[in-house]
Design a protein around this ligand. Structure first.
Ligand code: ADP
Length: 467
């Protein structure tokens, strides 16, 4: 086992990793930007090194500074968390060449799944179903038009190097396709440094179902069942649950087997996630693989009892998986997670950074909160807006919902705006209660509620103006 690990991240995931290390008796090194000096991960780690100024490019993405911190503190491994450098194969390679064990898959596996087009091709070859679409980057508009005609509208343009719900454009007709193609290529180039885009059939009314994979370096691989991440806003997850209310044991077996097959195709080692879209006829399609720990890993931990972060560390140190037989993986009850973001749902989810004056964290049976926030903490504008994850675990879905509802009532974060109100609304929605939701749920079902909230916000100002 390692004696010291550097945590190359911030926020709640840095805390989560430090907690796992402490329980395993492994010392930790935090790295932080100048703006994060009051963050809990800095104080909870055994050592902390400032790696640069507030912007991520100068700190959490600053490879030379992070490697220097690792060398100075003499760590034997590094956990990248999610986001930042977690899926950067070049960074994983540098770690390896510096004799620092990267707690994640091999650079080759990261690379082969990092390019979505290449990943689609790998899946097609081994017989894992993919969404109909192109196998190569689109060269020009004529090619795009020809393909869209063949697979039929609506279609979706995606960046080969895309991620985080960015760089995607849905097109319902030829005019839109032609205009979207150019902007998509340009955007992909600016955002990801790679202008390659491809076209897929846009699956209407799908559910997002993903399988958690764990694999060790001895050839053992299992999945920890699925998570349902259908509740999204602009293709970004907002609420997740495990298991999926739309997947029965027969489908779970079929999808789970495919997920294992997909991960085996790239000789995957460590924790990873295979994402699928499930359509309303029960057909499913490979979407992508995330070669890192996911934000939503906690709900899988709640229903399986497996500590995924500890497993990641053990796997990286060469140990075998804790549970190596698929049919021995427990699945107990139901867990749901609400992402608590510093965003204003009544104002098109505008970021709402600022100081938290009042903070009350929920607790009690069945509740888990992973957050780095506290009263007096300032949500910074430089990084993503997630300030925590509220999870509930019940014997069944209804119980998990009830626990979550009372926990959301207890959760106070003021005066900044957060996603707490929209989570309360989702949980009381009859379609959600009946699991009749698709990836357009927020837009299609919550639209009216968001308009009402926005109007209530604006009205007092209008009234004041009229006076
Ligand atoms: P990213 O890597 O940016 O997260 P994904 O490929 O994982 O992008 O897709 C994110 C979300 O976008 C999906 O969960 C789904 O809601 C939507 N999406 C992606 N591809 C399609 C498609 N072909 N049809 C319908 N929805 C899609």
């Amino acid at each position: 086992m390692f004696s010291k690990i550097l945590v190359a991240n911030r926020g709640e995931i840095a805390l989560r990793i430090i907690r796992a290390c402490k329980e395993m008796g492994v010392r930790t090194v935090a790295v932080y930007s100048a703006a994060d000096q009051n963050s809990p991960h800095v104080h909870l780690a055994d050592e902390a090194v400032c790696i640069g100024a507030a912007p991520s490019s100068q700190s959490y993405l600053n490879i030379p500074a992070i490697i220097s911190a690792a060398e100075i503190t003499d760590v034997d491994a590094l956990h990248p968390g999610y986001g930042f450098l977690a899926e950067n194969a070049h960074f994983a390679e540098i770690c390896e060449s510096c004799q620092i064990k990267f707690i994640g898959p091999s650079p080759a596996a990261i690379r082969s799944m990092g390019d979505k087009m290449a990943a689609r091709e790998t899946m097609r070859k081994i017989g894992v179903p993919i969404v109909p679409g192109t196998q190569e980057a689109i060269r020009d508009k004529d090619e795009a038009l020809r393909i869209a005609k063949k697979i039929k509208y609506p279609v979706i343009i995606k960046a080969a190097a895309g991620g985080g719900g960015r760089g995607m454009r849905v097109c319902h007709n030829e005019v839109r396709l032609v205009s979207a193609l150019m902007t998509a290529q340009h955007e992909a180039d600016t955002a990801f440094g790679n202008s390659a885009v491809y076209i897929e059939k846009y699956i209407e009314k799908p559910k997002h179902i993903e399988f958690q994979i764990l694999a060790d370096s001895h050839g053992n691989m299992v999945h920890l069942y699925e998570r349902d991440c259908t509740i999204q806003r602009r293709h970004q997850k907002l609420l997740e649950e495990a298991p999926s209310p739309s997947v029965d044991w027969k489908l779970r077996k079929k999808m789970g087997d495919m997920a294992i097959k997909a991960a085996r195709a790239v000789n995957y080692v460590n924790a990873g996630t295979i994402e699928f879209l499930l359509d309303d006829t029960g057909k499913f399609y490979f979407l992508e693989m995330n070669t890192r720990i996911q934000v939503e890993h906690g709900i899988t931990e709640l229903v399986t009892g497996v500590d995924i972060v500890k497993e990641q560390i053990r796997i990286a140190s060469g140990e075998k998986l804790g549970i190596r037989k698929q049919d021995k993986i427990p699945l107990r009850g139901h867990a749901i997670e609400c992402r608590i973001n510093a965003e204003d749902p009544a104002n098109d989810f505008a970021p709402s950074p600022g100081r938290i004056e009042r903070y009350n964290m929920p607790g009690g049976p069945g509740v888990r909160v992973d957050s780095h926030a506290y009263a007096g903490y300032t949500v910074l504008p430089y990084y993503d807006s997630m300030i925590g994850k509220l999870m509930a675990h019940g014997r069944n879905r209804n119980e998990a919902i009830s626990i979550l509802q009372r926990a959301l009532d207890e959760f106070i974060i003021e005066p900044i705006k957060t996603t707490i109100p929209i989570h309360k609304e989702i949980l009381r929605n009859p379609l959600f209660r009946r699991s009749q939701m698709y990836t357009d749920f927020i837009q299609a079902v919550m639209g009216e509620w968001m308009d009402k909230m926005a109007a209530e916000r604006v009205m007092p100002q209008l009234v004041a103006k009229e006076r």
